[in-house]
Structures are given as C-alpha cells and as structure tokens.
Design a binder for this molecule. Sequence first.
Ligand SMILES: C[S@@+](CC[C@H](N)C(=O)[O-])C[C@H]1O[C@@H](n2cnc3c(N)ncnc32)[C@H](O)[C@@H]1O
Length: 174
Amino acid sequence: MNAPRPMWVRTRTELRDVRRRRPNPCLDHLVIAPLWPKYGVNLGTLLRTSDAVGACLAVPRKPWIRDALAKGNTLRQPSCVHWVNEPLAWLAAQRIAGSHVIGVELTDESIRLVELRPARRRTVVVLGHESDGIPPEATELLDMAVEIPMLGTGQSLNMAVAGSLVVYKLAGLV
Ligand SMILES: C[S@@+](CC[C@H](N)C(=O)[O-])C[C@H]1O[C@@H](n2cnc3c(N)ncnc32)[C@H](O)[C@@H]1O
C-alpha cells in the first residue's frame, strides 16, 4: 500500500498566482469601522481583513492612525480607507443614508455570530475601543449588535479578531 501523499502547503509564488493582481474594486458595500482605536497593530490586522473580504475600512482622521496604517500595511496595493472626522456624526449619517449599522459588541441585546446572515445591503460594522468597548452614545446609533460566544476565562476577544470573524460572516465567505 502506498504511503499517503503529504499535504502540500502552497508557496508564496503559488498563492500570488491565484490572487488578484489588483485590489478588489472599492464597492463600499461592507465597511469595517474601528472608530475608537487604541492600538495601531489592530488597524494593520483589520486592513488585511478588509482587503481579503473586499471591504473598506473607516477610521478616525488622526495623524497617528495614518502612520499606523502605513506601518501595518503589508499589502502591495493601496486599500480602501474612509477617513472619519466625527465618529458619532458619521455613524448617524450612515444610517440616514440607508446603511445597516451593526455593532460587534457584548451587549444584552446582541445576537450570536451563528445567527448572523450575509449582508444584503450596505453594512457598516462598528468595533469598540480595546479597553472601553463601543461608547454608550454610539450604541444608540446601532441597528443591531452581534457577539461572538466565548468558552474561556477571558472577558473578550482581541478587537481585530472579533471584527474579522464578523465581516467574514457578513461577506458570506464562511
Ligand atoms: C477588548 S474588547 C472591549 C472590552 C469590553 N467591551 C470592555 O468594555 O471592557 C474590544 C472590542 O472588541 C470587540 N469584541 C471583543 N470580544 C468580543 C466578543 N466576544 N463579541 C463581540 N465583540 C467583541 C468589541 O467591539 C469590543 O468593543
């Protein structure tokens, strides 16, 4: 009997050949919005996720955030980034314009990730501050919230991990 062939881990060259040559066109149908970020490293992670699922990123217009994105951007192509002046006013405007605004947060009204369906209209995914979560004034602007169930001892997940799980579901890729 032949020994089973070992699983082949795709090389960088093989992966490059099956990936897009250019970034996804900025369809703006899915927007990841870490509007109160504390750590630049999470923004770099979210930039890669947004590229992977064809989403845009919405971040506050601040010099340190621009620097963090430039540092954390390991992609070869520019990404779709919206610069936000006033997070609360921007969120309110998104709703008025007809977007579905989903908070990724542990609230008493959150649905569980397994219940979340792929987005059918333009959707803004709001992420909270790494220590304080989504501020109360902003939870009033959410259409709904989703939480990722946890079995361990930690109180919450890393913000970029939580956001990535939710947008993958919304993009219909998992
Ligand atoms: C580290 S958590 C914030 C901690 C917590 N909300 C607090 O106030 O102490 C940072 C952000 O990650 C997201 N997050 C982390 N774990 C989550 C989970 N299990 N379900 C949904 N969102 C989560 C939320 O957007 C949250 O605001």
